[in-house]
Design a binder for this molecule. Structure first.
Ligand code: PEP
Ligand code: MN
Length: 271
């Protein structure tokens, strides 16, 4: 398994790092970043550009959010990732972030994948809500054409006939991709659940299948979030989620190792 490092945080090294932060960078971002750090987050989400379903919706705080990213990094000591929507955003963000996020809507944008790849920074490629594993891995290949191999895949749910959740978390993606790639695979339970009360159980499922970490949305006043307010966790809920999933991930790895050992050591029977 390949290890991909964002700042000094390793993904794919057998630990269970958590990327957290509000859906959008808001004017109170420093408060949100501090709270995420105190809850145990390892990496901050710092999304100043937002790909929205309609042009009349909030499109992100934009370039005026850059000083907030810089300050959040300073005060928390945590690395920051951000989502560019085009090559200009990549240029603007590059000096101030530790890694890039390519969102579900942009996963098929080959030029964008190459422009983030060319920075040499680690890239998280989220799965489009209608992408097969091959299409998703094809997007990772576009990043690789630039010589950048620092790629993390992120399952965030796909579109199915189920409408209760925002998306259907395809938890199978984690074990299946293990057979197809050596890249770390993390899970975003927030955009799959769409409702905060379902984020913890989906995150636990990710730990159970030995994903390489999580990306979770949080806010100091979840219901007041400028975007995705229904799925944001408060600081206490985030701390609880991190605590539970980190233990669960370690237990899953230990039990799987022990079970494998037990099977290997079983005396062979004659038939
Ligand atoms: C996000 O991470 O805020 C986001 C827009 O997610 P996705 O690209 O998975 O929809
Ligand atoms: Mn969001």
């Amino acid at each position: 398994m390949k290890t991909v490092t964002i700042g000094d945080v390793e993904f794919g090294a057998g630990t269970f790092p958590v990327i957290a932060g509000p859906c959008s960078v808001e004017s109170d971002y420093i408060t949100h970043a501090r709270a995420a750090a105190s809850s145990g987050a390892d990496v901050l989400r710092g999304c100043i550009f937002k790909p929205r379903s309609g042009p009349d919706r909030f499109q992100g705080i934009g370039p005026e959010g850059i000083p907030l990213l810089v300050r959040a990094r300073d005060v928390t000591g945590l690395p920051v990732i951000a989502e560019p929507l085009d090559a200009d955003d990549v240029k603007l963000l590059d000096p101030h972030v530790d890694g890039f996020l390519v969102g579900a809507r942009s996963m098929r944008n080959s030029r964008l994948l190459q422009s983030v790849g060319a920075t040499g920074r680690p890239v998280i490629v989220k799965r489009s809500f209608a992408a097969t594993y091959d299409e998703w891995l094809g997007s990772a290949d576009y990043v690789r054409t630039t010589g950048n191999d620092e790629i993390i895949l992120c399952e965030r749910g796909i579109r199915t006939f189920v409408t209760d959740t925002r998306n259907t978390l395809d938890i199978s993606a984690v074990p299946v991709l293990r057979t197809r790639t050596d890249l770390p695979v993390i899970v975003d339970p927030s955009h799959a659940a769409g409702r905060r009360e379902w984020v913890l159980p989906l995150a636990m499922a990710a730990a159970g299948v030995m994903a390489d970490g999580l990306m979770v949305e949080c806010h100091t006043q979840p219901a007041e979030s400028w975007t995705d307010s229904d799925q944001a966790l408060g600081p206490t809920e985030l701390a609880h989620l991190i605590n539970v999933t980190r233990q669960l991930s370690a237990v899953s790895r230990t039990l799987t190792g022990q079970a494998r050992q037990a099977v290997t050591n079983r005396p062979s029977t004659t038939r």
